[in-house]
Write a protein that binds this ligand. Structure first.
Ligand code: THG
Length: 291
């Protein structure tokens, strides 16, 4: 599983001010800690960065290279800034992301071709959010036809089925699982990734890690081979790296069969209850663990 650390993100107030005021230590610290915790890439989310996007991108990459050799996922809608990042990173980069509209594909796939880099293909078409797994499949198939037109290898794309918060969009959380069940058969040489933390957005803070860890373990079973994750969730990384086989096997078992939870310890019960929420078998409420 290719893990991309999400923590250098302009949505976070502290990081936003570090980016604007060019305070490199704050950002460098996150990069070092993310690497030590075991992620493979750093996602550099500078947002739309309307004014000085190109300068900001150049600066961030420079200060990151001073302390950390992880490759970068370039998360910006500012194309000039993206190009600056690609000039420096070249084929090591991941473009995060390309939307599945004609306009964005035709604008950005030539850059993928030119730099021979990887990219996240966001399954968000001209009609907006996909409503179910079949629409996700149709958007991906259309995207793949474009990828072939440009002669880009299928191994360069990471399709992102768009994970939404279980608190507000529980049926979409189930739909992403259903999409992943079909994924390997439909798109055998392609990769799949997602913004994992989206799934627990708006949930109680003490539940977020549990929801994230359970969902990624479920997605892993169906062949998801990458995710953008909180690099500070060491438990998540250790489960995904195969160091907690008991937890992984319990989650996988709960996905397929009824489990008698009366013999389980508290932690195990929580994982099983969370599987049922993410499968849509139980309805999410903030108190679902207590039920
Ligand atoms: N797909 C792709 N890229 C993405 C996303 C996606 N990039 C952005 C996002 N989604 C993934 N990254 C994050 C980063 C942070 C959070 C969620 C997703 C997050 N942050 C806390 C919050 O907003 O409550 C605040 C940070 C903190 O805890 O300090 O939830 O889907 N391709």
């Amino acid at each position: 599983m290719i893990l991309i650390g999400e923590n250098i993100n302009i949505m976070n107030k502290k990081i936003k001010s570090a980016m604007i005021e060019r305070k490199k230590e704050i950002i460098q610290k996150i990069a070092i800690e993310s690497k030590n915790n075991g992620v493979d890439y750093l996602d550099i989310n500078i947002g739309p960065a309307r004014k000085d996007g190109s300068f900001l991108m150049e600066w961030i990459i420079k200060i990151l290279k001073e302390v950390c050799d992880l490759p970068l996922s370039l998360d910006t809608t500012n194309i000039s800034a993206l190009k600056v990042g690609l000039e420096i990173e070249g084929e090591k980069a991941i473009i995060n992301s390309i939307q599945a509209t004609e306009e964005r594909m035709e604008e950005l796939l030539p850059l993928v071709k030119k730099y021979n880099c990887k990219f996240i293909g966001l399954l968000l078409g001209k009609e907006g959010m996909p409503r179910d797994e079949n629409e996700r499949g149709a958007i991906a198939a259309n995207f793949l036809a474009k990828i072939d037109e440009y002669g880009i290898p299928h191994s360069s794309v990471f399709f992102d089925p768009i994970v939404l918060p279980v608190r507000f969009q529980q049926e979409q959380v189930v739909s992403v699982l259903e999409f992943m069940k079909m994924f390997k058969e439909l798109f055998p040489d392609c990769n799949a990734t997602c913004g994992l933390s989206n799934v627990s957005n708006g949930a109680l803070n003490e539940l977020r890690g549990l929801i994230n860890r359970t969902y990624l373990t479920m997605l892993l079973k169906y062949g998801m081979n990458s995710a953008i994750v909180d690099a500070y969730d060491k438990e998540l990384i250790s489960i995904i790296r195969g160091e907690k086989e008991n937890i992984k096997n319990l989650i996988w078992k709960a996905m397929d069969e009824e489990i008698d939870i009366s013999n389980l310890n508290e932690e195990e019960k929580n994982y099983v209850k969370t599987v049922y929420i993410l499968q849509g078998k139980s309805i999410y409420s903030d108190s679902y663990l207590k039920l």
